[in-house]
Ligand binder design. Structure first.
Ligand SMILES: Nc1ncnc2c1ncn2[C@@H]1O[C@H](COP(=O)(O)OP(=O)(O)OP(=O)(O)O)[C@@H](O)[C@H]1O
Length: 914
């Protein structure tokens, strides 16, 4: 895998190859090397969430990433993953030959040569998969594709699981399948297809390498018979047949080999595979020694992987209608040649029919029903009742067993590089060893410090388009996608937040703060200066809402510069907890212990009237202010002590009291916000009702329903309680180093916004970006938000230029945020020696473009306090106010107020009253 990040714009999307249950696959050309053709699987984020497929997508990505590390001809390779606002993209090997099932359908059955050819390749590929500790769990001809020359390629790892033993070819390695249903649990996350489900899964709720071998046996049977061995009128009947081994070659249906057209060795092999007792089932190792493969040199990979449409020299066989391609391997002659009417080479898959949704739900509920009917108790307690001849049971809790996510262990956060002390880090004013935030933040300063701004900075994006419909549309086909894809989702990154949280926990331990409250996101020494204000109140007056802008902040800083200086005498220990609580303790060294422990609550990140402004705030240079505003109540100016001052703090105090000083405050604020969003999403998701496919038995039980759903969204999204949330985070964090490119995000736009396409059954979580402290989009040009409407407004050059600097406008300024500009005379300069002043606020996303904003009215204050030209002024207040004033429809107003703080909502109400 290359580490270079790609985007949908790097590819030319061609025709659609087919649909999956949550994805659409397109043929695509790499713009940089047009000869290279890929298949790009485009998964709609919205759909994934709605259908609770997050788990499968994650598993698929992780598993394919793992397998892609070592090339194998028989596995569809995952080259890149990336995402945009709406979709996740998997860039895969293109398999022009289509599905093996299609070929089989066209031909009816495979002859012996082809059967052996495909079986040999399947075995080799399966061995490779198992050697990585992976169980595919959904092997079937649909999930086997063909390349141009007729080599098979296994795909669809969305159901995979991992056995972490590192042992291959051992059918006795089993895992207790937590995803599998038992008597009391209808588990929507059950995976597999009824016809290929192994008896151990049905009977003992287990799957292992042997389950894949079972499916292999079913496929071999299907190759020569044209249909799977176990097929009942319905799934229940199919299950009954599986456990009774009721199939044409089974013990009760002795086949008369002499009249059969099938190679008896094939029959013998299948009979050795399709054995109910997994311990008696033949292993891959023994399969390879079976007489059917007596002429196969398993070490001769080139020969094994010769295409079915290639001759022994590896050249493509010219297509001759009605003739059978040459045998790729000189082994046992087939007993009967099959007549092929359709030349194999003419098989095309330019456009495949839309697939039916997977049978997961049906199959799962069928399994439950079936088990109940047959009186099979397959709960966890019954695992010990498996016949003694059965495999050693390894429960999911055993250390060597894991889900597929587990196989990819997280980077060792305890590594020496990371374990330097806080003190040491403080003394090194370099870019700290911090985890780069995975989600965009508005803190341009920090980004600019560590990343040179891109010269070709993209202009701010157009207004955010509404989420796309499913199925997903590739960028070329959708202008909405195109514009959206230019931005990284600014909203909650569910997986990432979990990853980061996990990392955070690890960091606390690493910092030696094992006794620290694990709920603390960040704790560090700061200076805090609070200015109380009320609307038209005594301490500070705000005449109108749009006054919180660069001028006002500048003026405030100027007005209060003496107090701000004094505040720097009193160090405070600022604490941000994962529940969003922000508090501080005075830590003046002179003060006594009891006073130090007194905690002052400041705000909660969740407060809808909390806004954040970044005024030159730079944690590396320790300059500037992070300004929190609790609307009409208080402004807090937070600044950072210098390194030299910090060095005076006793080492132990730093070590024991600071938490996560590798991550900057702005990131942590956003992360706290995300955690809260995540929690709300989880609460929402756990209440989502099931689709109609789930059996009524289950849906009648709310507790089961909830549990099932929790399981269905897997170990990523939905913790039933706070403990499991940590487990989730553990699991997710272990994925972290696998997809080295872009972890998938679940965007706020998906979670929060009701759209025209929202399924009614999917309850939209309440709007989370209801305050100004919501995440905005990152752009490569230094982190400038590019999708917040306010910034879009700036892009339209509608934001006024301060009178004293008429030639500048904020459009340009925005592009040049990172470039040094002449500082305009400002009293602020005494406080901040840097040459730039920036006030940045977070914007909000809206699903409809608002009318262009008129120039903001500046007041007399502008003359008094010169706003530096490169300020990005406070956005959401102004925009919302404008929208409220100008929009014609309630919908627009609603959109506006949704993205606004409580203050704006109350304004809206008061305007209505008027
Ligand atoms: N790499 C590929 N090359 C060519 N065609 C592909 C490729 N991957 C998938 N396809 C085709 O695209 C279609 C959809 O594939 P996708 O993997 O999205 O769904 P699926 O796995 O078949 O279905 P489900 O999501 O229900 O498991 C399938 O018909 C498949 O044949």
């Amino acid at each position: 895998m290359t580490s270079r990040k790609r985007s949908p714009h790097d590819f030319i999307f061609k025709e659609e190859l087919g649909h999956g249950s949550y994805s659409t696959v397109f043929k695509a050309l790499d713009k940089k090397s047009p000869n290279k053709t890929y298949a790009i699987k485009v998964c709609s984020k919205k759909h994934i969430i709605k259908e609770a497929k997050v788990k499968y997508v994650t598993i698929e990505k992780n598993t394919m990433n793992l397998l892609a590390q070592k090339h194998h001809a028989g596995i569809i390779k995952l080259y890149y993953t990336f995402h945009d606002e709406e979709n996740l993209y998997f860039v895969l090997d293109f398999a022009p030959g289509g599905e093996l099932l299609s070929l089989l359908h066209r031909m009816g059955t495979f002859n012996d040569v082809w059967t052996r050819h495909f079986t040999v390749q399947l075995i080799d590929a399966l061995e490779f998969i198992h050697s990585h500790g992976i169980i595919h769990r959904d092997l079937k001809p649909e999930n086997v594709l063909l390349d141009r020359d007729g080599r098979l390629m296994i795909t669809d790892f969305g159901a995979a699981a991992t056995i972490d033993s590192g042992l291959s070819d051992d059918s006795t390695k089993y895992k207790s399948d937590d995803n599998c249903p038992n008597d009391n649990q209808n588990c929507a996350s059950f995976v597999g297809t009824a016809e290929y489900v192994s008896p151990e899964l049905l009977l003992y709720n287990q799957c292992g390498y042997g389950s894949d071998i079972w499916a292999l046996g079913c496929m071999i049977f299907q190759f020569v018979q044209g249909h799977p061995p176990f097929r009942g009128e319905n799934e229940l009947k199919t299950f009954e047949k599986i456990v009774a081994l009721d199939y044409p070659w089974g013990p009760n249906n002795r086949i008369n080999i002499s009249v059969s057209s099938v190679n008896p060795l094939v029959i013998n092999l299948v009979q050795k595979i399709l054995v109910v007792g997994v311990n008696e089932r033949i292993s891959l190792k023994l399969i390879k020694r079976h007489s059917y493969f007596s002429k196969i040199d398993w070490n001769d990979k080139a020969k094994i992987w010769r295409g079915i449409w290639q001759n022994s020299q590896g050249q493509s066989i010219p297509q001759t209608s009605g003739t059978l391609p040459n045998s790729p391997q000189n082994i046992l002659p087939s007993r009967q040649l099959h007549i092929i009417d359709t030349p194999a080479r003419s098989i095309q898959i330019t456009k495949q029919k839309r697939k039916k949704p997977t049978k997961i739900s049906n199959t799962t509920s069928s399994i439950v029903v079936w088990r109940k009917r047959l009186g099979i108790s397959t709960g966890k307690d019954d695992l010990g009742t498996v016949p003694s001849a059965g495999p050693t049971m390894i429960t999911a809790s055993d250390s060597n067993i894991s889900t597929s996510t587990r196989a990819h262990s997280a980077p060792n956060v305890n590594s020496p590089q990371n374990s330097q002390s806080n003190q040491a880090k403080r003394m090194q004013p370099v870019v700290p060893n911090r985890i780069p935030p995975k989600v965009p933040v508005v803190n341009v300063n920090m980004r600019n410090m560590s990343t040179p701004p891109s010269k070709s900075a993209n202009p701010p994006s157009k207004p955010v388009n509404p989420p796309s419909r499913t199925p997903p549309i590739p960028p070329q086909f959708s202008s909405a996608s195109a514009s959206a894809s230019a931005s990284v989702p600014a909203s909650a990154a569910l997986l990432e937040s979990s990853i980061e949280t996990q990392h955070q926990d690890a960091m606390q331990t690493l910092d030696g703060n094992s006794n620290t409250d694990i709920h603390i996101l960040k704790q560090d020494y700061v200076f805090i200066y609070g200015i109380p204000y009320e609307h038209e109140g005594p301490a500070m007056s705000l005449n109108s809402y749009n006054k919180i802008d660069n001028d006002l902040i500048t003026s405030l800083v100027s007005q209060h510069k003496e107090e701000l200086k004094i505040s720097e005498l009193f160090l405070q220990l600022l604490t941000l907890k994962k529940n969003g609580m922000l508090s501080y303790k005075n830590t003046d060294m002179e003060e006594n212990e009891s006073r130090q422990n007194e905690e002052h609550q400041m705000a909660n990140i969740e407060d809808t009237d909390l806004s954040m402004y970044d005024f030159e705030f730079n944690e590396l240079t320790r300059k500037g202010f992070l300004i929190l505003e609790k609307y009409k109540k208080k402004l807090w100016f937070i600044s950072l002590p210098s390194y030299s001052l910090l060095s005076k703090i006793p080492f132990n105090a730093v070590k024991s009291l600071t938490v996560n000083n590798n991550e900057n405050w702005v990131d942590c604020f956003f992360r706290a916000r995300q955690l809260l969003e995540e929690k709300q999403i989880l609460d929402r998701i756990s209440n989502v009702s099931f689709d109609s496919k789930v059996s009524t038995e289950t849906s009648s039980s709310p507790s089961i329903s909830r549990k099932e759903h929790t399981a269905s969204i897997g170990n990523i999204v939905a913790p039933p309680n706070h403990n499991s949330k940590h487990e989730i985070q553990n699991n997710v964090s272990q994925n972290k180093n696998i997809g080295e490119e872009i972890p998938f995000h679940i965007p706020n736009s998906v979670k929060n916004k009701p759209t025209a396409n929202s399924a009614p059954s999917f309850k939209q979580p309440r709007v989370l970006s209801g305050n100004n402290l919501s995440r905005t989009s990152k752009k490569t040009n230094g982190g400038v938000p590019n999708s917040a409407p306010a910034v879009n407004t700036f892009n339209n050059s509608t934001v006024p230029v301060p009178n004293h600097r008429p030639s500048a406008n904020l459009t340009n300024n925005k592009h040049n945020l990172a470039t040094s500009k002449k500082q305009s005379p400002s009293t602020f300069s005494t406080l901040s020696p840097t040459t730039k002043s920036q006030i940045k606020t977070t914007g909000y996303r809206q699903s409809t473009p608002s009318p262009p904003l008129p120039p903001m009215e500046f007041t007399a204050m502008r003359e008094k306090y010169c706003a530096p030209s490169n300020m990005v002024i406070s956005s959401s207040r102004y925009e919302v106010l404008h929208t409220l004033n100008n929009s014609q429809t309630n919908f627009d107003r609603e959109i506006a107020s949704r993205g606004a703080s409580a203050a704006f909502r109350s304004l809206q109400k008061s305007k209505k009253k008027k």
